[in-house]
Design a binder for this molecule. Sequence first.
Ligand code: Q9C
Ligand code: ZN
Length: 678
Amino acid sequence: MASGTALIYDEKMATHKLLWSDPICDIEVPERLSSSYEQLKSYHLVERCVPVPAREGSEEEILLVHSLEHLEVAKSTQTMNEEELKRVSENYDAFFFHPSTYHCARLAVGATLQLVDAVMSGEVRNGMALVRPPGHHSQRNAANGFCLFNNVAIAAEYAKLKYGLQRILIVDWDVHHGQGIQYIFEEDPSVLYFSWHRYEHQEFWPSLKESDYDAVGLGKGKGFNINLPWNKVGMGNSDYLAAFFHVLLPMAFEFDPELVIVSSGYDSGIGDPEGQMNATPEVFAHLTHFLMQLANGKLCVILEGGYHLKSLGESVCMTVKTLLGDPVPQITGEMAPCLSAVESIQNVRAAHKPYWKWLAYEDTSFLQNLSTKSHLLKKANSNTSTEHETKITNNNNTVKVERFLELHMKNILFPVPPIKTATIGSEGSEHFLSEHVQLVKEMDKTEIKSLVSGFYADLVEEDKILLSLGSMLAILDKILKKEVCNGIAASPTAALSAAVALRHSVRFGFQRVLCVFVGDMQITPNTEDGKMLIINICEKEQPGKTSCKHCISLNWKEDAEGNDFFSAVLGFILPVAYSYQPNLTVIAVGPNRSLGISGISLLVALLQGLAESRIVAVIEDTEISLLQSVAKALGGASTPPFGIYVPPTQEKVKKIKALRDQFQQEWKMLQCSVKDGI
Ligand code: Q9C
Ligand code: ZN
């Protein structure tokens, strides 16, 4: 399988710059590129990437998306003087030409295509291209919003043509609507375009009707354009994560892309003067980590906007670090989307209901006209729900943010152990030994006995059980001491091992430990102190066991084809887990598991976004292939493709919905509709 992360950067793209005074364009400065690169260097990320040279995109490549006329106009600016340049620039909404602009824009296109080639050929697994000018606003016949050629759109057409791709996902997390990309692929079902953007009910640039959630695509492309408008500024980490859980990711998994391209603007990050949003740099690590689970890991990240240099640089670093496979830093802040975000999420889900199987059974009849009027309604009684505080929007805010970021980034430990998986060298382990696996010495029996004394001691009579607990504890200790990031242990009694793991880590001092248990759980630890949260995925309702806040039972039997589980993971498990913000995740697989190997692997992969990627996996099943797959997922391999898409049944969709309704007051990341009176 492909490994490595490409980084494409060419300082020539920093020569394109504004030559006259223009308050609209003066934020798009060359330093955006150079200082991002410097920041990458200072975190020692550049040296860990595969350097790939940029090249000029050819005229033919540019013509995949743009008109000949547009190309000729752009070409003609190379020899113009300042006055002429200014005059051509005035023909467009928010664009400036410099004599080097044409060359830079061709490099930006070529750099993007080089990245696509490196990823598609398997030379690298993924990568990022730092380019200027950006691309997502530019249109067939027009420059727009600092963009001349539509780098990402050209890349998608190129990938279709050169590699015969039939499904490409474009994720536009820039704070502006990439209307250029929307126009280009509006009627094209082979490109799924997702964009969230500051909208403020059409007040915010580019102020288009077609940026709203009801623009779902045209003709054959209906359902393949997803707009998530933000109607308030100040959106933060939890709003972005909720958008991924409840809108983008389920659609993306159903779409099953062969390649993912990110229009990666960081003006959606904190401190940006354009976006006025509040998301901190580490959120981009999480977004990147989610997208790495699609298309067998084939992910191309292309720079778009981002105008607060410090915020931009840190966010770029978070993205590249994650592409490299480093542990994902813990997300900060209260985990609850704001009302306005939930409203937008609800609206786009309703608009897309006819086109996506996973949404088909959602009850959205109550939605009529809600969107247009609700913001007026809410003004009257806005104190009933989560609302963002009023944001400071004056100019010295950008300086404040700089200081905030300095502190903040110091507090986000860049976790030192690059992912290493601990395991005991026992039967079966030779099947997943690779360079990232570390063998752990077993503990001696007296040591184990003393560790489990006081709890479950009566259960630990058998030698075999004692030994397996010893393995698990030895591995857990490595994780607690931060010598490794995660670990895997085989156990004849997964429920007991999990229970001991939970008790041990709480004793160690962890305030919140998450346990996802797949299969029959014979022992249920006491979760009343709130220091553990257990989600048990089992086939049948356990008689006498009712779910409570910290012990949730999710009855789920995966379809025979084995791939409808993602809807439960995205619609329930991840939102609960992100609301909880654990310090450690325990994943256990016991007898009678109702999930297939790919479902469990997906779970393992996605749960690595939590607890700084600290996971201990305890697996009862001695089935080598399950151990192997989990070990692979722990080592950061991309999840294998799911195969033919099987939509969840109506019964299952209802089950998730019922659980969401039951728990959304306590686990707020579950919220994706406002009707139930949040
Ligand atoms: N009153 C990118 O982030 N603002 N482009 C125009 C007109 C233009 C942003 C305001 C913002 C363009 C790639
Ligand atoms: Zn932007």
